[in-house]
Design a protein around this ligand. Sequence first.
Ligand SMILES: [Zn+2]
Length: 136
Amino acid sequence: MDSKCKEIQLLLMDIHYGECKMSEETAGHLAECPDCQACWQEMQEMKEILAPLDFEPELKHADIDHALLRAEKKETVFELLQFAVVSLAYLVLMFVVFRMMKPHYYLYYQGFLYLTLPLFSLPLILRRIRKGDSHG
Ligand SMILES: [Zn+2]
């Protein structure tokens, strides 16, 4: 196989994969050269054999949307649970302070609440902000 055949067979491969069209020069060489004809013939046969496998898998957009929606719902439930746990912890702490300690400790608790509540709810707020960003 000479260098011209090598060149033509590389071109034939490009033509086979639809990357370029058959030029007159390539067609002329193909008509005269048995080696290149055999190569082209093999490529055509391979194309026919592989034709049944050449298809795009069907995407089920409805299923994908459904899965995304379910994931979003789960996330919302998780956020609600987080919020409920934090709120419950504050309520329990308030009752403990009321029952076990002297009434003026309630003022300390109130101060504690005002100072710490923003810190404890920060992760929830940040998550909400990030979620808002990702939705546009
Ligand atoms: Zn050739």
